[in-house]
Design a protein around this ligand. Structure first.
Ligand code: DX5
Ligand code: ZN
Length: 225
């Protein structure tokens, strides 16, 4: 298993979402993001059913794997993620994040992700009660709080997200867990700081980070330098 980063005290890891990348120049984009200081690459997989949009699957993840040594987190916005776990693990991703709202035995799927040698991620939509993930926190390495409805980049940040992050941080403290809290959607310097203060360990950023002329400066802002 690839070594997995942890943030320094008071800082966050930065995970660019490749959804906003130029896929005609994936190698150049990955090199640019790694050079800017990316800690993880966030890969948005959409099935056209769980969300209305379609993106890419294990085939492209495997190509990305060959283009960068940076750890990869595949965010599966899929109704039936359990059917594809072997394929994504085989593509070489380091973490597989599935949704608590997926139509499958989510607990069993998380266990399978671990058996495949990947970090186990669990995500929830903004409309889903945080209580839905609590029974599964004994089998996760990462909880991904969606701060926009999943499906598209460039949407506005859900102002309720920091309180949801803080609730998860409290649940982790009570449990004595070591899983990381990540947040995804509408993240920029301002919303990123709010999430960091609430306890987010990883900030996923798509349009704000990738559309910038100076990605290194924005990465540093998100990290909390
Ligand atoms: C949305 C995706 C996000 C998206 C974030 O469904 O899960 O990862 O790329 O993009 P921004 O940062 O533009 O909201
Ligand atoms: Zn995502």
């Amino acid at each position: 298993m690839t070594s997995w980063p942890r943030p320094a005290e008071g800082r966050a890891l930065v995970a660019p979402s490749l959804l906003s990348a130029d896929f005609a120049d994936l190698g150049g984009e990955l090199a640019s993001l790694a050079g800017a200081g990316a800690d993880l690459m966030h890969l948005d997989v959409m099935d056209g059913h769980f969300v209305p949009n379609l993106t890419f699957g294990p085939f492209i993840c495997e190509a990305i794997r060959r283009l960068t040594p940076v750890p990869l987190d595949a965010h599966l916005m899929m109704t039936h993620p359990h059917r594809y776990l072997e394929a994504f693990a085989g593509a070489g991703v380091d973490a597989i994040t599935i949704h608590v709202e997926a139509t499958c035995d989510v607990g069993a799927a998380l266990e399978r992700i671990g058996e495949l040698g990947c970090r186990r991620g669990l995500s929830l939509r903004p409309a889903t009660d945080v209580g839905e993930v609590l029974p599964l926190l004994d089998r996760v390495d990462l909880v991904l709080v969606m701060s926009v409805p999943p499906g598209f980049g460039g949407q506005s940040f859900d102002p309720a997200a920091p309180d949801r992050i803080a609730a998860l941080r409290e649940a982790r403290r009570e449990q004595g867990g070591r899983w990381l809290i990540s947040v995804d959607g509408g993240i920029n310097d301002r919303t990123g700081a709010l999430c960091r203060q609430a306890g987010a360990d990883i900030l996923v950023s798509g349009s704000w980070l990738l559309k910038a002329a100076d990605r290194a400066a924005r990465t540093a802002l998100l990290r909390g330098n």
